[in-house]
Design a protein around this ligand. Structure first.
Ligand code: GDP
Length: 310
C-alpha cells in the first residue's frame, strides 16, 4: 500500500473562542506560506461571508499550508450542533483532527459535540492545549478532563494515545511541555506530520470524487468541494455525476481549483488524497459521486439533514 507522504488532511475542532482562528493564522505565518510582501488582511478563517444555497450552509474553509515539502489541508469546522450534518461531511474528507482546548476553560459543550463526531468517524486525534500563557492556565487538570471526555465518548485504544502540544497561539509559542515553550509552531507541525495518517495513494485506479460541500462563484457558477477519494481528476476530463436517484449525467470538468494558503488557485490535475474544488456542471449536489464515464461507481450517500438538534 503506497501512501502519499506529501499530504495530510485534518479538521480543526474546538469550542468557540478557544483559539482556532488565531492558531491557524500562526501556522500560516510560521510556514511562510505567505510571501513576505503578501499581507494577511483578514483573519484566516473568518474571511468569507457565510453563503447559503439550497439549504446547504457553507461554513467550512480549507487552509492549505506547506511545511517541509508536505501540504497540510486544515479544514475548519463549525462547532455548533446545528451544523451536525456539515461537521460529519467535513470529517469524511480528513484522516485526523486537531482538537484545540483552552488551557484555562477546559472542555466545553462544543468540545464534546465535535470530538464525539470525530471519534465516531474513527479519525486520529491530536490535542492542542492553547492559551498556555494565561496566568490561571491549569494544563494538567485540563488534560485529565480531555482524557475523561475521550473515554466517556468511547474513544478506541489508538485514539486514547493522543499526543498533546501546549501552545499560545496568541504569542506564537508551542512545545511538548507546558513550561517548555518555543517561539515557533514547529512542535504543532511535527506532531501533525508524525501522528496524522497520510492518505493512501490510489491514483492508478478509477476516479471517485464526492461532492462534500457546495460553493458558488460568479465566474464559474456552482463549485463542488471534496476529496479525491480514488484515482485522479483532470481539467477537460469527461465524467459522469451519479445522482441520488441512480441516474447519471455526463459533463466535462471545466476548472479545477486547489488551495494555497487561504486562496483557491487553478490547477490541471488532482490525485487521491487531494482536497479540491471542481466546476463545469450546475446540477451537482452534496453527496453525489463523480466518476469516469466508463466506470460509474457511487460512494455511500452522505448525511445532509440539517440543522440537527441535539
Ligand atoms: P476561535 O473562535 O476558536 O476561532 O477563537 P479565536 O482565534 O478567534 O480566539 C478567541 C479569543 O481568544 C481572541 O480574543 C484571541 O485573541 C484569544 N486567544 C487566542 N489564542 C490565545 C492564546 O494562546 N492566549 C490567549 N491569552 N488568548 C488567545
Amino acid at each position: 500500500m503506497q501512501l502519499r507522504e506529501d499530504i495530510r488532511n485534518i479538521a480543526i475542532i474546538a469550542h468557540v473562542d478557544h483559539g482556532k482562528t488565531t492558531l491557524v493564522d500562526q501556522l500560516l505565518k510560521y510556514s511562510g506560506t505567505f510571501r513576505e510582501n503578501e499581507q494577511v488582511d483578514e483573519r484566516a478563517m473568518d474571511s468569507d461571508d457565510i453563503e447559503r444555497e439550497r439549504g446547504i450552509t457553507i461554513l467550512a474553509k480549507n487552509t492549505a499550508i506547506n511545511y517541509n515539502d508536505t501540504r497540510i489541508n486544515i479544514l475548519d469546522t463549525p462547532g455548533h450542533a446545528d451544523f451536525g450534518g456539515e461537521v460529519e461531511r467535513i470529517m469524511k474528507m480528513v484522516d485526523g483532527v486537531a482538537l484545540v482546548v483552552d488551557a484555562y476553560e477546559g472542555t466545553m459543550p462544543q468540545t464534546r459535540f465535535v470530538l464525539k463526531k470525530a471519534l465516531e468517524q474513527k479519525l486520529t486525534p491530536i490535542v492542542i492545549l492553547n492559551k498556555i500563557d494565561r496566568p490561571n492556565a491549569r494544563p494538567s487538570e485540563v488534560i485529565d478532563e480531555v482524557l475523561d471526555l475521550f473515554i466517556e465518548l468511547g474513544a478506541d485504544d489508538d485514539q486514547l494515545e493522543f499526543p498533546v502540544v501546549y501552545a499560545s497561539a496568541l504569542n506564537g509559542t508551542s512545545g511538548h511541555e507546558p513550561q517548555e515553550q518555543e517561539e515557533t509552531m514547529d512542535p504543532v507541525f511535527t506532531t501533525i506530520l508524525d501522528h496524522i495518517p497520510a492518505p493512501v495513494d490510489t491514483s492508478s485506479e478509477p476516479l471517485q470524487f464526492q461532492i462534500t460541500l457546495l460553493d458558488y462563484n460568479d465566474y464559474v457558477g456552482r463549485v463542488g468541494i471534496g476529496r479525491v477519494v480514488r484515482g485522479s481528476i483532470k481539467v477537460g476530463q469527461q465524467v459522469v455525476v451519479m445522482k441520488k436517484d441512480g441516474s447519471t449525467k455526463a459533463f466535462r470538468i471545466s476548472k479545477l481549483f486547489g488551495f494555497f494558503g487561504l486562496k483557491r488557485v487553478e490547477i490541471e490535475e488532482a490525485v487521491s488524497g487531494d482536497i479540491v474544488a471542481i466546476s463545469g456542471l450546475d446540477d451537482i449536489n452534496v453527496g453525489e459521486t463523480i466518476c469516469p464515464v466508463e466506470h460509474p461507481e457511487a460512494l455511500p450517500i452522505l448525511r445532509i439533514d440539517e440543522p440537527t438538534l441535539q
